[in-house]
Ligand binder design. Sequence first.
Ligand code: HPA
Length: 274
Amino acid sequence: MHYTFQQYQESAEYIRAQIGDFRPRVAMILGSGLGFLGDEVENATAVSYRDIPHFKASTAPGHKGQLVFGTLEGQAVAVMQGRMHHYEGYSYEEVSYAVRVLRLLGCDTLVVTNAAGCVNTAWKAGDLMLITDQIKIFMESPLRGENLPEFGPRFPDASKLYTPALRETARSAAKDLGIDLKEGVYMYFPGPQYETPAEVRFARTAGADAVGMSTAPEVITAGHCGMQVLGFTLLSNMAAGILDQPLSEQEVLDAAAACKDKFSRLVLECLKRM
Ligand code: HPA
């Protein structure tokens, strides 16, 4: 099934009726560990995914499944508390549905965060990475199917998905905060199984610094509809096969909790400067 432009409009209209005159500028999709920032939004209006026409509910544990509108560091934001993943059974179009709705509501910028496995052996678990580019060559694109020209062209350019000016903002924010910020390429794997050591070697050969199961579809959709994008990865663990130990979700959650303070300070400082 493919969504029509009218369905996106119906979702946006429902939300507009809840938020009145408020016009969000920055959309935020926060992954493992940073979802709490949604609770810090001031003058907040929360809209449950369940109530929005055509929206899917997010099933991942620890995800609230709501959009929070309000201000954060002086910016008018729309925070997605809970994202959809392909491994939950959603199509890529469903995974990135909200991005287009937020675009219709006025957002011109998307901030994405995630946790991912570290492929670069010069780095360590707990490091933060500014995403400079991405690789998503497995499976189809969220843009597959009839193009909706109201959002963007059939063959969109993807040479600067992660906006250079926002990357510069992040670099200077990290420097001023004394936070060591790596920079690198995020490679998407559909999951839900973690990668095999051979897949991690393949990712490294392909030029990846991190491997993860989210973000790339939403960023393709955001680029298609002309949004600026800023992306951060928390390198929660060394990717499979680098250390002689199995990967676990608990390790990811523990790393996210340990970095929560550093990560949120960086993201909030960037918001302030955007
Ligand atoms: N691989 C894929 N996704 C992840 C990982 C990983 O090692 N860590 C956290 N999310």
